[in-house]
Design a protein around this ligand. Sequence first.
Ligand SMILES: [Zn+2]
Length: 464
Amino acid sequence: MATLIRGGTVVNADRAFRADVLCEGDKIVAVGPDLQAPAGAEIIDAGGQYVMPGGIDPHTHMNLPFMGTVTQDDFFTGTAAGLAGGTTTIIDFVIPSPQQPLLEAYHQWRGWAEKAAGDYTFHVAITWWSDQVHEDMGTLVRNHGVNSFKHFMAYKNAIMADDETLVKSFRRALELGAIPTVHAENGELVYQLQQDLLRQGITGPRAHPLSRPPAVEAEAANRAIAIANVLNTPLYIVHVSCKESLDAITRARAAGQRVYGEALAGHLIVDDSVYDHPDFDFAAGHVMSPPFRSREHQKALWQGLQGGNLHTTATDHCTFCAEQKAAGRNDFTKIPNGCGGVEDRMAVIWDEGVNSGKLTPSEFVRVTSANAAQIFNIYPRKGLVAAGSDADIVVWDPEGTRTISAKTQFAKGGFNVFEGRAVKGIPSTTVAAGKVVFHRGELRAVEGAGRHIDRPAFAPVSAR
Ligand SMILES: [Zn+2]
């Protein structure tokens, strides 16, 4: 089955040019002017539109068991929502419970992901340490297509990695040709500030950002950067939300350190006034970590993307419904942390970034797919429209408009942090693995059609 995307402007990270794109099977087979459609090909008219690599969201949590409950979106509904928004690949997280063998957790997540409608691959979290964990990291890299390990510096008494774990795991990752990533927040400070606030009787969602100020994030970012510097490992910092963390990355990069930063669509668009809202459901719906920040931090994040010190955009898609969030009605520390976004990331970043002139269309591709593909070593299979790459494509209508709402979204959870926002520039068609999976509002996602994408190590591991 062939698909010909005709008459559009192909936008890659390096350039934009008029060309047709022919897909056969799950690959792009030709990109060029005036391509002929093979008999029976599905033809997509991309006149007046951009033809871009399908988005890669390098940070999602589908089907996640967290804080005593499980997210609303599973791998089918979550990846399907992504396809509707032009995102064709997600990098999700295997998060072993402390003491749970890594491989057991990995296979658990692989099982949950079998129903995915779009392609997926996994970072694996290192939540505890032992000789077996050291061993299993090697098995994951060598045999299971994992090349990144995640470390939560927050969530004390749960999945927090202490310095010993960070050092041992970073060192092991280097040995294996894998990249360490961190959720940078000082978990001890968060815990103590939470207790202070509860003692003072400040129990509502407003306390959430108060317990996680920018300095708490910056301390952890600086510590992780220092550890990576001493051990000479690369480092990827997920959901950089504040100026102080960005400054740490900028300084490290200026000094020649290989540090990458990720920004979330939510942190780029939504500010911390949401926590002042009198309605518990609304405020709690925005509880995620790190929290939304003030406008000055948002401005800094955009400058980080423009200046090349932040590299990727993600969502941390992790949906909980109002009933789940209500578990923290009398104690903000019990509100499940997480918000959605996988369906809207591309549109809100285009609208706020490209329409305003902050990003060119090529820069948009860089921060929505190409950089993630390069950093996590799946480029040019992903993140590029070229012959030989996977046929993951979004046809982007720069004149199309949509008003984002939980009422009309495909994602579950009944809540949207971008509620009511009108965006200009939306996907008209999404092609995943060569198949049209979304077309002009109609979702044709197929349960189980998504594939696990192996990500090779960064250096040969055979000799190790
Ligand atoms: Zn996350």
